[in-house]
Design a protein around this ligand. Structure first.
Ligand code: E4P
Length: 214
């Protein structure tokens, strides 16, 4: 399974990337706005840190505008993936962009039927939002599992990014359900790392070592 980091904060990306566990980055307009920086500058800086797919989202709601924005964004770096919202206009843009060899990540997916349409239109990635589904008492993991099953039956190459991850169990369950990628927030990376028994174990090893006659 691949891990992307779900943030636009370059300090967070640098820190987790040093662990050797970042295969790519996803951003969205809310994450970029949180940084209070110029959009293209942030994306450019991220491409200099991580050598993998970097998702940058378009703002237009019409396909022509989406394509125009996308073609500007891909000039930043060869690793840019264009994030497109799951709408009819979005699908039109995905079709055009995939015919030009531009990779797209269709975002705001909440059902297997949406994922199927996005894949059919030529998306390289689909992003089902598990956390936001759980928030409305609709188990997000069922959607991941259904999409994985369908893509497997038809040998669909579109990769599933499990998104809107809220805690480590979302990552573990996504892996079990067959998501190719989990896009993990900084906080969740930290939670995944920690186990109290690891800390207790280190403390005991060091204490025992101190008692040794050297
Ligand atoms: C996905 O690519 C999105 O950036 C992200 O996972 C959304 O997560 P949220 O529901 O926590 O905003």
């Amino acid at each position: 399974m691949k891990f992307f980091i779900d943030t636009a904060n370059v300090e967070e990306i640098k820190e987790i990337n040093e662990w050797g566990v970042v295969d790519g980055v996803t951003t969205n307009p809310s994450l970029i706005a949180k940084e209070g920086r110029v959009f293209k500058e942030v994306i450019e800086e991220i491409t200099s840190i991580v050598d993998g797919p970097i998702s940058a989202e378009v703002i237009s709601l019409e396909s022509e505008g989406m394509v125009e924005e996308a073609l500007e964004l891909v000039k930043i770096h060869k690793n840019i993936v264009i994030k497109i919202p799951m709408t009819d206009e979005g699908l039109k843009a995905v079709k055009v962009l995939s015919s030009k060899g531009v990779k797209t990540n269709v975002t705001l997916i909440f059902s297997p039927s949406q994922a199927l349409l996005a894949a059919k239109a030529g998306a390289a990635y689909v992003s089902p939002f598990v956390g936001r589904l759980d928030d409305i008492s609709n188990p997000g993991m069922n959607v991941i599992s259904d999409i994985a099953e369908i893509f497997d039956i038809f040998c669909i190459e579109t990769e599933i990014i499990s998104a809107s991850i809220r805690h480590p169990m979302h990552v573990v369950e996504s892996a079990k359900m067959g998501a190719h990628i989990a896009t993990v927030p900084y906080k969740v990376y930290k939670q995944m790392l920690k186990h109290p028994l690891t800390d207790i174990g280190i403390e005991k090893f060091l204490k025992d070592w101190e008692g040794l006659t050297k």
